[in-house]
Design a protein around this ligand. Structure first.
Ligand SMILES: [Mn+2]
Length: 170
């Protein structure tokens, strides 16, 4: 199974377009969206080309491929704009022996983990910082932020046959 994993687009049409480019190139089985899709959020600056309606249209264009969870910036009105469900607190992706627990990170995160079996990948966003660490019990993977990265490197994640990696955007 191949996944493109994107988080924290925050309404940036420019960086959503770059996510779409990766999706076209990689042709993943699913696109995992880890929340904070449309709204920039009151704690954040406006991202490049802030245009939530354009972002909604782009994401709706791949709706049948999307697995999405709710970020702390998602409200009911965001769900009204999106054709795919985006209000779940977490999603499991099970691929043979690979188990991915996908969540935004404001409810569950490395400091507050749900019970997970050994070998599980904990896949999260929210912190806008990339992370790919194999621990003794679980792996931690954060694709970073597509729209508002803390270190200025816009990125998404790639999962292919059990391996996680980053793709830098732009
Ligand atoms: Mn965010």
């Amino acid at each position: 199974m191949k996944l493109v994993i994107a988080s924290d687009i925050h309404g940036s049409a420019k960086w959503c377009r770059e996510v779409m480019r990766v999706v076209e190139q990689e042709m993943p089985d699913k696109v995992v969206l880890l929340g904070d899709l449309l709204y920039h959020g009151p704690r954040n600056p406006l991202p490049d080309e802030y245009a939530p309606k354009e972002v909604a249209a782009m994401l709706n264009g791949i709706a049948e491929k999307v697995v999405s969870v709710r970020g702390n910036c998602e409200a009911e009105v965001d769900q009204m704009m999106l054709d795919f469900p985006c209000m779940a607190d977490y999603a499991w992706i099970l691929d043979g022996e690979h188990q991915l627990y996908c969540t935004h990170g404001h409810l569950w995160n490395p400091e507050h983990l749900p019970p997970l079996a050994k070998g599980t990948a904990f896949v999260y966003g929210h912190f806008h910082v990339r992370r790919n660490e194999a621990g003794e019990w679980i792996r931690l993977f954060n694709p970073g932020s597509a729209g508002l990265p803390k270190d200025g490197i816009h990125s998404v994640g790639l999962f292919r046959d059990g391996e996680f990696s980053f793709v830098e955007l732009g």
